[in-house]
Design a protein around this ligand. Structure first.
Ligand code: ACO
Length: 338
């Protein structure tokens, strides 16, 4: 079934998913809440995006606290102590601070004293990029374990006066423990990643950074918020996700019906449905939970994967396909046998 030398079989060890966890803040913003904030309706939001509600960080929630909670649950699920971790990667575009890395805060919060830790800024592709990096380190035998996290507090960079974007985003974190194994399922079979910096204008948050530092007057005060060109992104996302899935199927010598679950970045239910239809995934094979969480960027896939597992939809040996597209532009995918 698997015949490419680029796949996990050719590697020294199998990089297997040993545990998953997720965390979202308690506070919820429903579509009805948005009708009191901007000129919108439940009907518009539901039909255009599939979103019904999203979790929003409270005063005491930060990207690192959510990430650490998800990490503890993933470690618990894996039956591992934090001190066994050798690497922590956190995908985020809403870091705890400019520096140090959010991953270092997580390391301190969970007591992963033997790990090195860094952040990865690839917007919605942060988690799939992170898994592909962990795969390299673990399958080569360099490390026995890694923790990959996607965590965001997008509410902190959302313009709640802009009805075109504010209804989309939520906060949360998801985490996965990757471990080296010599036998059992294949684990991470294939990862692929792409970027196109020319597309940065379509999705960005321009301030504050080196180009627009604190203290320099901004051309537009809204530059501190996410700026999205939704229609442009919609069309590109559909195209790139279809390409990614076809590449994964070809490289792994798999057919659509061999994929137990297609878990795409939760950007817009209409995008997911349209991609699913083009690729002939059935509704049962396509995991959508955007109605409860909105778009949580790097956190969306690990939150979905964790929910999918906890709902009992996945068994050992099942093959799953994770696919993301986001700001950068960035896009990527992972094929995993659980
Ligand atoms: N309620 C009511 N009307 C609205 C709302 C709203 N919340 N938002 C926009 N409208 C109006 C617009 O003003 C426009 O009105 P007009 O025709 O009178 O000018 C009309 O609805 C259509 O607006 P569009 O922006 O063209 O709507 P579209 O169908 O493209 O849907 C959406 C917008 C949902 C954002 C869609 O383009 C999308 O999902 N894009 C991809 C998602 C995306 O970019 N995500 C960002 C990822 S970034 C990250 O994850 C960090």
């Amino acid at each position: 079934m698997v015949n490419s030398p680029t796949l996990q079989q050719a590697a020294r060890y199998r990089a297997v998913i040993a545990g998953t966890g997720s965390a979202v803040p308690d506070k919820i913003l429903s579509n009805a809440d948005f009708t009191r904030m901007v000129d919108t309706s439940d009907e518009w939001i539901t039909t255009r995006t599939g979103i019904k509600e999203r979790h929003i960080a409270g005063q005491n929630d930060t990207t690192a606290t959510l990430a650490a909670e998800a990490a503890r649950k993933a470690l618990d699920d894996a039956g591992m102590d934090a001190s066994e971790l050798e690497l922590i990667i956190t995908g985020t575009i809403t870091p705890e601070m400019v520096f140090p890395a959010t991953a270092c805060f997580v390391q301190e919060m969970i007591g992963a004293v033997n790990a090195w830790a860094f952040d990865l800024a690839a917007a919605c592709s942060g988690f799939v990029y992170g898994l592909s990096i962990a795969q390299q380190f673990v399958s080569s035998g360099r490390y026995r374990s890694a923790l990959v996290i996607g965590a965001e507090t997008l509410s902190r960079i959302t313009d709640y006066d802009d009805r075109g974007s504010c209804i989309l985003f939520g906060d949360g974190a998801g985490a996965v423990v990757v471990k080296a194994a010599e036998t059992g399922s294949l684990g991470l079979m294939y990862s692929t990643s792409f970027s196109d910096g020319r597309g940065w204008t379509s999705l960005n948050c321009p301030a504050y950074g080196s180009r627009n530092p604190v203290g320099k007057p901004l051309d537009d005060p809204k530059m501190v918020y996410m700026n999205i060109h939704g229609r442009e992104i919609y069309q590109l996302a559909v195209r790139r996700i279809v390409e990614l899935v076809n590449e994964c199927l070809e490289k792994c010598d798999l057919t659509v019906d061999q994929i137990k679950m297609f878990i795409p970045h939760q950007m817009n239910a209409r995008i997911i449905e349209s991609v699913g239809k083009r690729l002939n995934f059935s509704d049962e094979q396509t995991f959508i939970n955007i109605e409860k969480f909105g778009n949580t960027s790097a956190a969306s896939i690990p939150i979905a994967l964790d929910e999918c597992r906890r709902l009992g939809k996945l068994q050992q040996g099942d093959i799953i396909l994770l696919v993301a597209f986001g700001g950068g532009l960035t896009w990527g995918a992972n094929v995993i046998q659980l």
